[in-house]
Write a protein that binds this ligand. Sequence first.
Ligand SMILES: [Zn+2]
Ligand SMILES: [Zn+2]
Length: 238
Amino acid sequence: MSPVGPRAWAQWLGRALEATLLPPTCGGCGRRGAWLCPACAAALRPVPGPLCRCGGRSGQSGATCPVCASWPPALGPVRAAFVFEGPLRRSIHRFKYRGEHARGRYLGELLAGCAETTLQGQLPDLLLPIPLHPRRLRERGFNQAQILAEAVARRLDVRIGEGLLRVVDTRAQVGLDFAGRRANMAGAFQCVTPGVAGASVLLIDDVVTTGATMEAAGLALLAAGAQRVRGLALARGV
Ligand SMILES: [Zn+2]
Ligand SMILES: [Zn+2]
């Protein structure tokens, strides 16, 4: 057995208290006993295809939608497990905005299952959760993408890298179209990740809407020498 430090004990104690004080309730309907009850779990909807590299619906003529035809070949595909709606949407909100970490770990397991089927054995060298800006991280206290990535890392046995930085405190993207989001996100990330040169990276996020955030992070990784960048999110708006 490996030695257990005080920090690990504190984390174990925190989880034990959380499990006692916050027994699982369904994120969809609130019923006790599971993080998603059977009826709400059955309502999860995979993202309908055919899909573009950005994870959105592809154009009529081919595999690339009009808005991301300019993505460099090394960027993408971005895939999402489920449509951002209903019980999953409510679950993600409870995790992010009410700080329900145990629910986040359950959602991470859902994402890890999707990662196994999506990657089809082509494992990345590194996982990188999309970072929050430090100001946002202080407000929220945790990065939801980090908690999701930890579950994926355990399942795939791939390590989580560090050093992808969000250097611009971008404004909220609600109401912006892809061009607006792309302009808003341009230059938002910097990559000083050790070992990124020549590496295949899988970016992890909770929700992908247009792919503009994944694109901006991916471009920072490619600029730092990453060989290939893919993206995986738990949910996608359609
Ligand atoms: Zn339910
Ligand atoms: Zn696209």
